[in-house]
Design a protein around this ligand. Sequence first.
Ligand code: AHR
Length: 484
Amino acid sequence: MNKAKVTIWVDEVKGRIDPDIYGHFAEHLGGCIYDGIWVGENSEIPNEGGIRKDTAQAFKELSPPILRWPGGCFADAYHFEDGIGPREKRPRRWNIWWEQEESNQFGTDEFIRFCRMTGAKAYICLNVGSGSIEEALNWMEYCNSSADVHYANLRRQNGQPEPYNVGYWSVGNENWGCGGPFDPEDYGKVYRRFVNYLRRANPDVKFIACGGGAEWNEGFFKGLGDRPYMVDYLSIHRYFHAGNDVDFSDSDYYDLMAQVKSLEDYIELTAKQIETFARGRKKIWIALDEWGVWHPQARVPNGLWQQNTLRDAIFAARVLNLLNLHCDKVGMANIAQTFNVLQCVAFTEGPKMCLTPTYWTFHMFKGHMGAELLRCETDSALTFKVDGGDLPALDLSASRNKGEITLTLVNQHLTEDVKVKVALIGARANDCAMRVLTAEDPRAHNTFERPDVVRPMEGEFEVSDGEVTALLPSKSVVLLEIKT
Ligand code: AHR
C-alpha cells in the first residue's frame, strides 16, 4: 500500500478563497436554458412560474455564488428588450451562434428569478459586438435604477418594483472572436468608452473586461490607456479535452489531468501582465469565467451536449484545487455550462433529471467557499506518466473556516490507492467526516435510468492522537472535514 503524509499549517493563512471561484455559467445554447431551467408555466414538469423546480433545487444545494448569463457568444447578439414584457409578445429570433430558435421566453426577469430561487448572484454579459453603449445603459437602468425613469419604470410595469442591483457586468464576450472580431487595441478603446458611461451611471458595480492570450491582453491594455481603475476583473477562458467523452484511453485520462498545468501557467502569465499594467494602483482580479472539458462529442448540431464521467469530476476537482491555491489572483470562475451543455452539473430530458459526477465535485468542495486558504503539503511519491515525464498523482488544497478544516484531495492514479496521514501543525484533529467520489472505471457516469452510479460515499478513516488517517482509492476525489 502506498503511504503519504499530508501536513497542514493551521495558522499559515495564504489568502481568502473568494466564493465566486465556485461560480457557474448558463448560455442560451442547446438545452441549457430551455429544458434545463425554463419549461414554461403550462408545462407538466413541476415548475415555479415557468422555472423547473428539480434543477433549481439541485443547483441551490450547491450554494452557487454567482451565475453568468446570457452568454457566451450568444451575449454579443442578444438584445435585452426582446426578453422583457409580456411573454406572448416577445419576438422569436434566430440564435446565430448556436443555430437554434430563440423564443425569448426566458429573459432578464426570469434570470433574476432563477438567481433568487437558487441564491446565486447575477452576472450579466453585455452586448458589445452588435450592441451599443446606449443599449447597455438601458439594460443597466432596467436592472439597477430606483429613479422614476423609462427603463426602471418598464421593470416596475413588468411587476418588479425594486431594483435588482446586479453587481457584475462584463463588457462583451470573447471580443477577439464571436464578440467582434476586434483588434485588441480597438477593443481597449471601445471598452473604455463603454465603462466611462456605464460607471458614471452605476458607480458601485464591477466591470469585467474581455481578456485573452498574452498578445491580446497587451493590445487591450494599450488601447485602454493608463486607466487600470476602469477594470475590476480581466476575463479569461480555457477549455480542455483528451480523447472522447466516454470512450477515452487511459493515456487520454492522464493527458487531461496533465493539462491543469497549462491553466496554472495561463493564470500566472495573465497575473503578471495585470501587475505590469496596473503597477499596484488597482487590484484587477482574474475571472476565469468559462472553463471546463469540451469533448469532441459536443458540437453545434447537438447543442454542445456531451456525457460527463468520473474523469470529468476528477478533472474539476483538480481545477478547483488549483483555483483555491491561486485565490490571490483569481476572484471568480464559472464552469461551462450549468445544464445539458459541456461540463454541466445536471442533465434533463422532459421530466427526468440526473446529476453528473461534476455536480458532486462542486458539492464536496463547498466548504472552501469564503474560507481561508492554508499552507498544505504532501510528501507523496506516487506519480503518473505522461509524454512530458512523471507528474504527482496526489493533488490537494486545504482551508479553514473557524474551527473546521476542509481538505480536498485528488488521487489521480488509475490503479494505486494511497493511505494518507494528515497532521495539523498548530492544532489537533478531534473529529472528522469523509466523503469519497470514485468508481471502478473512470468512464463511469450517471444516466436517467441509473442516476447514482457516481455519487459520494463514506470513506475509510480514523482519528487518533490528533491526526487523521484516510484511504484515498485510486481515481478518486476525497473530502475530509476535520474538526479541531
Ligand atoms: O461555452 C460555449 C462557448 O465557448 C461560449 O459561448 C463562448 O464564449 C466560448 O467560445
